[in-house]
Design a protein around this ligand. Structure first.
Ligand code: CAA
Length: 260
């Protein structure tokens, strides 16, 4: 996708060697998200260069994302790109459409890279779910996370429910989603939603330092480790230890090749 294609849907991609930074770039509406943005995010994820090993997702300005652009809920907004447009489709077609939207979020799980959400200010609804789609969340002290869908008569459907339960457990996840309450930085770190929080002036440097640490091991190591850890909770021990063995044999061979 060209920078112009991305700008047209409020996105920016900055490539710095192995680090890709994806910025939601609609600060005038607090980086509100649209279906067109989700489709573009999926395409962007699929077309990232192979040598990208860290993806940072962030928002322009002081807000990560105000979630779904409320214009998309306006019956006056026509077309299948709007959420209201889903009402014109049958159940299967509407589900397929949401599947396409979800692909704007699922690519962040790709083991080729580690994804980091750098979160300032509000991350509401789809914004919270975008942050949850990343492997790691590094937040600013002023962060306000809220799964606001229930307040609008909706459920979180942009792939956020699974990581939320994985990070905080079923009961806390239910309470956060059903009440739509705000989770601040201190609580987010305490309950495992975020890995660390920083003062506004320190956030960029902290994320840059984390990215450098993730790039320190030789290429391939972190990808293999991410793939091993991702499904570990669902696998039985025998399957997990077989995958560990297979990954290690690949590492032995890669090391031998690198050492000549
Ligand atoms: N959609 C469209 N425009 C939005 C927006 C949104 N979600 N959020 C903010 N804006 C616009 C405002 O209308 C305002 O525009 P104008 O300057 O033209 O008036 C501008 O952004 C600035 O907004 P505020 O003055 O409210 O900014 P703030 O910094 O004081 O507050 C905020 C920021 C707390 C995020 C507040 O704007 C807010 O609560 N926004 C709505 C959040 C929301 O309800 N999102 C939906 C979540 S549910 C979801 O995402 C559904 C899903 O996944 C399916």
């Amino acid at each position: 996708m060209t920078p112009e294609d991305l700008a047209a849907v409020g996105l920016r991609l900055d490539l710095d060697g192995p680090i890709a930074t994806v910025t939601l770039d609609r600060p005038e509406v607090r980086n509100a998200q649209t279906p067109a943005m989700w489709i573009a995010l999926g395409e962007l994820g699929r077309s990232l260069p192979d040598d990208v090993r860290v993806v940072v997702v962030t928002g322009e300005g002081g807000t990560f994302s105000a979630g779904l652009d409320r214009a998309m809920l306006d019956p006056g907004t026509a077309g299948q790109e709007s959420v209201v447009g889903l009402l014109t489709l049958g159940d299967d077609e509407a589900s397929a459409r949401i599947d396409a939207f979800q692909q704007g979020f699922t690519w962040l799980r790709d083991p080729r890279f580690v994804s980091i959400a750098k979160v300032r200010g509000h991350a509401i609804g789809a914004g919270f779910q975008l942050a949850l789609s990343c492997d790691l969340r590094i937040v600013c002290d002023d962060v306000k996370l809220s799964m606001k869908e229930s307040a609008l008569g909706l459920v979180p459907d942009l792939t956020g429910t699974k990581p939320l339960v994985e990070h905080v457990g079923y009961a806390r996840a239910l309470e956060i989603c059903a009440t739509a309450r705000v989770v601040g930085a201190e609580e987010a770190v305490r309950i495992g939603l975020a890995q660390a929080s920083y003062a506004p002036a320190d956030l960029d440097a902290a994320v840059a330092e984390l990215a450098a640490a993730l790039l320190a091991p030789m290429p391939g190591v972190v990808s293999e480790t991410k793939a091993l850890l991702q499904g570990a909770a669902e696998r039985d021990l025998d399957k997990q230890r077989r995958l560990e063995r297979e990954a290690q044999v690949r590492r032995f061979r890669a090391l031998a090749e690198a050492l000549g």
